[in-house]
Write a protein that binds this ligand. Structure first.
Ligand code: 5RP
Length: 223
């Protein structure tokens, strides 16, 4: 199984929804990078779009490929948002944020008319929770949030990169939580958002309109 090829196939299928004149939200991660590259190729061939990147990494890639960009505050509407996911379940609920861009990703998802998630076949799970749930926290409160989450049995781990705390594009930290024993994820989302200093969680509940999954040499679309 070639997972990178599955990502690429899902990305190419998603890009078929993009039409000239659209404002397109650009996700983050290795699957989303395939989508940005495909858009870059089409832009060179005359497709007229404006992109809104969800991270500094995606912004850099899109600029290198010559995709015209704008920002969320300058755009009146995002027609379509395309992004990857770390997990999705049969109800199209997602965990995102493995790449650390969950805050801007969730803001773009919320503000887009149509949300397409692209994934390889390994991202499909019966129940969310094999993947650790990323939660973005402000640095000032992170230690206290970590203690609260520990008491809730969520085994928080502060994300580290190159021996330093991982810092998001918005200057925050990330705690990765073990939620495999949690049955009510909606309630979990509510409880996490009630903790002062929690900025956002990687639970994307009822936010995906379409999921395109690369499966071997083809794709499957869930709506
Ligand atoms: C980044 C994300 C990514 O979409 C998610 O981590 C999937 O990444 P990849 O496509 O590399 O598997 O949420 O914050």
């Amino acid at each position: 199984m070639n997972l990178d090829n599955e990502k690429r196939l899902a990305a190419i299928e998603a890009v078929k929804y993009v039409k000239s004149g659209m404002t397109v939200g650009l996700g983050t991660g290795s699957t989303a990078a395939h989508m940005v590259k495909e858009l870059g190729r089409l832009v060179k061939n005359g497709l007229e779009i404006v992109g809104v990147p969800s991270s500094e990494n995606t912004k850099k890639l899109a600029m290198e490929l010559g995709i015209p960009l704008t920002t969320l505050e300058k755009t009146s509407a995002i027609d379509l948002y395309i992004d990857g996911a770390d997990e999705f379940d049969p109800y199209m609920q997602l965990i995102k944020g493995g790449g650390g861009a969950l805050l801007r990703e969730k803001i773009l998802t919320y503000n887009s008319d149509l949300v397409i998630i692209i994934a390889d076949s390994q991202k499909e799970v019966k129940r969310l929770g094999d993947f650790k749930l990323p939660v973005e926290t402000i640095p000032f409160a992170t230690k206290k949030i970590e203690q609260s989450l520990q008491k809730m049995g969520l085994q928080p781990k502060l994300r580290v990169k190159d021996s330093e705390n991982f810092v998001t594009d918005e200057g925050n930290f990330i705690l990765d939580l073990n939620i495999e024993h949690i049955s009510n994820i909606q309630l979990l989302e509510t409880k996490l958002k009630q903790i002062p200093g929690v900025v956002e969680t990687g639970l994307f509940l009822d936010m995906a309109d379409i999921i395109i999954i690369g499966q071997g040499e083809t794709t499957i679309t869930l709506k």
